[in-house]
Design a protein around this ligand. Sequence first.
Ligand code: PNS
Length: 176
Amino acid sequence: MSSTITHVVVPGTFDPVTLGHVDVIRRARRLFPRVTVAVASSANKNGCGTAFSLADRVEMIREALALEGLPDDVGVESFSGLLVDFCHELGAGGVVKGLRAMTDFEYELQQADLNSHMAPDLESVFVMSSPTYGYVSSSIVREIASMGSDVSILVPANVNARLRAHYAAEDGPERA
Ligand code: PNS
């Protein structure tokens, strides 16, 4: 029998981190003694990159975890390349992701299958999203914030402030 898993990775693009992500990270930390949040560079996401730079996404998560009262032993690291390679580099034994609705399931199953083919030693563990955050996604947050509406019930306070600044700066030249 292989050894008990003590270190897991919670991967994602986190563009930006939402309260739904924080909930999944918190629950991963309840299940496993060591958790690393792995922020993918996702440079080609949707063919047009991410709204926030990799450094900004990492910084926002670090600030958010402190604000939301997560233990300071939860690590936050960026990676590019394959998730399974990054897990091996860290010595992590598994990946934890949140599942919101059936719509998430096929995509997550495909990724878990692929990862399992590439690295049979890694476990994929899924936690069901809290009903409070079942509808929250980074793309919905970006869409609402880009239209100038408040997303303070969907994201940590530091992310709300960053979103306001981000979209205010984007609107600036057009209005001038
Ligand atoms: O927040 P997301 O965009 O759903 O996260 C997806 C992520 C970053 C976990 C996934 O795209 C990923 O693992 N990317 C790293 C590249 C990789 O390993 N791809 C093969 C597995 S599908």
